[in-house]
Design a protein. Structure first.
Length: 520
């Protein structure tokens, strides 16, 4: 079932496995997929003498396998055949169980995972074509490995349609914790961990009253283009640099096609994020991912940053490059129907609306790109723009207007998301010219209305604009000595990747110059 070339690659990857692993299969012999699963795992297990399979006939409809290490349950279960994008999840499940893999958490994150209490049963419903699902599956598998209270199942929704319908799953990945919806859509380890910490009790993380305390010459907050640039420029000056970020790549990971990064005719957000990480790893820069800033003290000579879990970071210079996040409509019904008709990623959730009618709120580049993509699978796409004209590039506007199933409505406000308690049924719209209101019947809405600065943790100490951007001068300096801001979180005009990179470099050079002059 698996290609010979793939088997050779997996054999090489598993060459250094240390423990013995068993795939314990429970299956209904009447299911055609059972034969495929057994054949798939037989092929997979052939790549190492440390891998074995164990088969058990089970109840009607059963199709799953659990990963055992030295005969003990790791807490990882796959319901379905982890092919497609989920093949990597299976591969990493084995490697991570063996203590290998670059995706394993560091001490701070591991302590938070291990602190979770209670009997936690997680299920992630996926599509094998979803590019965001593996990240969530792999993250929750790691949590199961680090905490014996946690069990995690990947569920291929296509093979368990009755469950999908019963749970009203409309977006992937959809994560359920003990039967209740916990998370929908893309998610980092830090984001998922925070949601679990909110849903389940935790033991005290700080042991013996002492938090983890780390000291640097420069702290960079954020791992996107601006943060990566600032960190690299600082490291090249011979400084000890730490990067605190929710994820390397930041918001850029959610961009599909990038064609205006000068000298790179075309790349993707995911590829650029990987390239940023590769470049960062060329220098002795310490990366602390999956962290969210909880508190700051930026006024003293030695600035302090406190993150979730009690870790404390300090440095005389701090460069804030936390970027921006997707704006929400903030109208009635939006929060209630996220994952039930309200979506933010057309590439992940678009297939759920094949043959249906949807709306895209937002007429910028991201909104028009979403409309063009959705037009290929949806019956009709309605673009709703608040202003009287679209903001997208002309080439995108022309493409959208050429599509027969795309309708563009301008000068219109979305005032409410309406549903029947289970799913979205319509949007309430208001014509900003004459004030007339009407309902637009539809099956789903994709919100694409731009970004807002991620400056909340710093607003008590730093000057910000009316829309929350950190005010900076021409050298990226803020109102506090030793504190700099760069990229989309700052007041610099034009939120572009190439500008963010330049601003990150400028902030690093300004910080170094001020350090040499004794300005902080």
């Amino acid at each position: 079932m698996l290609d010979t070339t793939i088997l050779q690659q997996v054999t090489e990857i598993f060459r250094n496995l240390e423990a013995d692993y068993t795939f314990r299969i429970s299956y209904d012999p009447q299911r055609e997929e059972s034969r495929q699963l057994i054949e798939f795992l037989n092929d997979f297990a052939s790549t190492s003498p440390h891998l074995n399979i164990e088969k058990h006939e089970a109840e009607t409809g059963m199709l799953e396998f659990v990963l055992l290490k030295k005969g003990e349950n790791t807490g990882i279960c796959f319901r379905g055949i982890p092919n497609g994008h989920e093949f990597t999840s299976l591969l990493l499940a084995v490697l991570n169980a063996d203590g290998k893999g670059k995706n394993l958490p560091d001490e701070g994150i591991a302590r938070r995972i291990q602190a979770l209490q209670g009997d936690i049963r997680l299920q992630t419903y996926v599509s094998l074509t979803c590019t965001n699902c593996p990240d969530v599956v792999q993250t929750l598998n790691i949590m199961a490995l680090y905490n014996p209270n946690i069990r995690h199942e990947m569920v291929d929704g296509a093979l368990f349609q009755d469950e999908v319908n019963r749970l009203n799953v409309q977006s992937v990945p959809s994560v359920f914790a003990n039967g209740k919806l916990l998370h929908v859509g893309r998610g980092s380890l830090g984001e998922l961990l925070e949601k679990l910490e909110a849903a389940f009790p935790s033991t005290p993380i700080v042991t013996e009253g002492e938090p983890i305390h780390r000291t640097f010459d420069v702290l960079v907050l954020g791992g996107g283009p601006a943060g990566a640039s600032a960190a690299i420029y600082s490291a090249r000056k011979g400084l000890k640099v730490g990067v605190i970020a929710e994820r390397i790549g930041g918001q850029v990971k959610e961009t599909v096609g990038i064609e205006n990064l000068i000298s790179v005719p075309h790349t993707t957000g995911s590829q650029l994020a990987d390239d940023l990480r590769t470049h960062l790893n060329h220098y002795p820069i310490e990366l602390f991912e999956n962290r969210r800033v909880e508190g700051t003290d930026l006024k003293g000579k030695e600035k302090q940053i406190v993150v979730k879990g009690g870790e404390v970071f300090s440095a005389p210079a701090v460069i804030i490059a936390t970027g921006a996040g997707w704006r929400r409509l903030n109208v009635s019904g939006e929060a209630e129907y996220i994952g039930l008709g309200v979506a933010f990623c057309p590439h992940c959730d678009g297939p759920f609306y094949a043959g249906k009618e949807v709306a895209v709120v937002g007429g910028g580049n991201s909104g028009i790109e979403a409309a063009i993509d959705l037009a290929g699978i949806c019956k009709k796409v309605t673009v709703i723009e608040f202003l009287d004209t679209l903001k997208a590039d002309r080439v995108l506007q022309d493409k959208a207007r050429s599509l027969s199933n795309v309708e563009i409505i301008t000068f219109t406000q979305t005032t409410e998301v309406i549903g029947d308690g289970e799913k979205v049924t319509s949007l309430r719209l208001k014509n900003r010219g004459n004030g007339e209101e009407r309902n637009l019947p539809l099956d789903g809405v994709f919100v694409q209305i731009g970004l807002s600065a991620n400056s909340q943790p710093f607003r008590d100490e730093l000057e910000t604009s009316p829309i929350g951007e950190i005010k900076i001068d021409a050298h990226c300096r803020t109102n506090l000595p030793g504190v700099y801001a760069a990229g989309d979180v700052s007041s610099v005009p034009y939120k572009q990747i190439i500008i963010a990179m330049g601003e990150g470099a400028k902030a690093a050079l300004s910080a170094f110059d001020d350090r040499m002059r004794g300005n902080f």
